[in-house]
Structure formats: C-alpha cells, structure tokens
Design a protein around this ligand. Sequence first.
Ligand code: CDP
Length: 229
Amino acid sequence: MTSLKKIIITVDGWSSCGKSTMARQLAKRLQYIFIDSGSMYRAITLFFIRNEVNVQDPAQVAKALQQIKLSFHLNAHNGNNEIYLNGENAEPYIREMKVAEKVSEVAAIREVREFAVKQQQLIGNDKGIVMDGRDIGTAVFPQAELKIFMTADNDVRVMRRYKELAAKDSSIQMEDVKSNLALRDHMDSNREVSPLRKAEDAVVLDNSHMTPDEQLNLALQWAKEKINA
Ligand code: CDP
C-alpha cells in the first residue's frame, strides 16, 4: 500500500457496541496506530484496586497517579498495541468484571481524566491514529478529521459482551453484564467531566444489524473520503 495521508480518526460511543473491534481493523487497513483509550482507564482502575486506593480521597488519588506509568507495546503475535502498567502487561487483567465494576467511577475523576488525556494527546501528535473511547472526538481531539459515533441496540450490546466474557469465565451471569452496562452508560453520560456525547460533527454508525465486515467497509469509505479530501 502506498503511504496514505495521515489523519486523526476518533471512535466514541456506548459500552460494548464494538468500537474497539472496528477501530482496530480500521487502523490495520489504513496502517495507522490503534489506541483503545478505555484500556488506560481500566489499567488505572486495576492499580487502584490492587493498591486499595480510596477514590473518594483526592490525596490518595493524586499519590497513586504519580506512581502509575502507562505505555503501549506492540504484540508481534497478534499485531495489537497492548497496555502496560508499570512495565507489566495489564491486558490479561483489565477486562475482568471487578475492573468493569469500578472503572466508570475512576474515569469520572477529573485528575484521572487529565492524566489520561495528556498521554492520549501526546500519542496522537503525529496523526495516523484511530483512537476509541467516550470523549475522544469531543475532548481529546476536537480537531480530528473524522469522528465516528458508534451505537447499537441495548440487547445486542449485552449479548455481545456476555459472549465475550462467558468465553473466559463460565460463571458470568447475563443479568450482571446487563446491569454493569446500564450503570456504566449512565455514569459515562452523566458525569461532570467530559461526559459521553456525540460530537456535533460526528457521523453515527449504528451496527445493531451489521456484520463486522459491513461496519468496517462503511468506516473505511468515510476514512478514505477524508484522506483524499
Ligand atoms: O469496552 P467497553 O466499551 O465496555 O469499555 P472501555 O472502552 O474499555 O472503557 C471502560 C470505561 O472507561 C468506560 O465505561 C468509561 O467509564 C471509561 N472511559 C472513559 O471514560 N473515557 C474514555 N475515553 C474511554 C473509556
């Protein structure tokens, strides 16, 4: 592939509507970097849980953030950028339910967001990036050339996340997944700092009835229009 013009592509939306799957494939096809910003909030949450940080105590939060170093490293086997927490690959732990149960509370803390957003903006300095999250098109890269807002019907999202978690842990209950998604959606869209909302100039991708290939093709078409503009 000849090298393409580099733009910034943001993918925001509700929990479990397939943002990361689509964003990862899109980045691969464009030979761009893919960053899952949620993995940063999950890794910070993992640190807080392991170190019993009281999230209500600003001094403890500030101290903990000083002790956290996040980085992404390419896994040569699967081609993914994986998140490291203080030098340890955190990927195997950050998708667990105990992290999911706490992450939206942690992600609502202003200091946590400032910490994560600063690093996200640095990573995006050279463009050629697809980043997914909740506030990427609104707060992290408001100047992005292409902003996609993803959504899907609630039942579809619950089933997708249930299947993903049940494949790793057979004790997972559908009701728990459902209530966790509902709670996170509520917290993510009602928090004071950078709530989840569609950027005015974002295009909506509702993938309730789309295959991964169909959603990828649509996003690729949008990306190419911007790249060739
Ligand atoms: O995979 P899923 O959509 O369930 O979540 P995620 O992308 O891994 O993000 C986990 C949590 O981090 C979200 O529920 C948000 O509370 C928070 N988050 C955020 O606040 N801002 C972002 N840019 C990304 C994630």
